[in-house]
Design a protein around this ligand. Structure first.
Ligand SMILES: CSCCC(=O)C(=O)COP(=O)(O)O
Ligand code: ZN
Length: 210
């Protein structure tokens, strides 16, 4: 059985619990929805146990999986969407944290984007909150994947898309929520906040200019 550094696991679990407190309080992770993860090392990831309330996380709600999504030294069941996390860690050694949220705005906006189209964010100063973006003049393309319950298939789709769009900060799943990542938990949380602000702007624009 593979092993990991317990101190690094504890630090990762602390960061995940703190992120849960913030994301739940912001209204972006209601009713046990969402899942969060943090890289421990090149072969291990700390991730939320499936079905746990994200506003009341403790270390017991955070387990370890390998990059195939298999539990390591745990009898708990990892998030049902674990493969959507591990596929990113496997291909992107620069990624240290992945957050999945279920906000009202991400859910509603994802349902308004026509099938086969992506959300294009353009002209917003706040696009600079995304890692690697230094101008508001470019486009941030956010694809909207169908909400299939076949997570392995969805993981394959997102993997292919990410390979072709390595600079992308996140994606939506229709009627479901947001996935975003960062080199560490702070950067990943900044991305969630930036997306939420920009989703709000897009929805408000649709309201005043239907
Ligand atoms: C109650 S939300 C339905 C499942 C989901 O989309 C989610 O994000 C939480 O699943 P998990 O297995 O990670 O608790
Ligand atoms: Zn979800």
């Amino acid at each position: 059985m593979s092993s990991f550094d317990i101190t690094r696991y504890s630090q990762a679990a602390r960061e995940i619990c703190a992120a849960g407190g913030f994301l739940y309080a912001s209204g972006w992770s209601p009713a046990t929805s969402s899942n969060y993860s943090r890289r421990i090392d090149s072969a291990h990831v700390a991730i939320t146990v499936s079905g746990r309330h994200k506003g009341r996380l403790s270390q017991a709600d955070v387990m370890v999986v390998d990059l195939d999504g298999q539990p390591v030294q745990s009898d708990c069941r990892p998030s049902a969407e674990t493969l959507l996390h591990t596929v990113i860690y496997r291909d992107r050694p620069d990624v240290g944290a992945v957050l999945h949220t279920h906000s009202v705005k991400a859910t509603v906006l994802s349902r308004l984007i026509p099938d086969g189209e992506a959300l294009i964010l353009e002209g917003y100063e706040l696009q600079k909150a995304f890692a690697g973006v230094s101008t508001h003049e470019g486009q941030v393309t956010v694809p909207v994947f169908a909400n299939t319950q076949d997570i392995a298939a969805l993981a394959g789709e997102t993997r292919q898309w990410l390979a072709n769009n390595p600079e992308a900060p996140g994606y939506l799943i229709r009627g479901h929520g947001l996935y975003t990542w960062g080199r560490d938990m702070d950067e990943c949380l900044r991305h969630v906040e930036a997306f939420e602000f920009l989703f709000d702007c897009e929805l408000e624009t649709k309201r005043v200019r239907p």
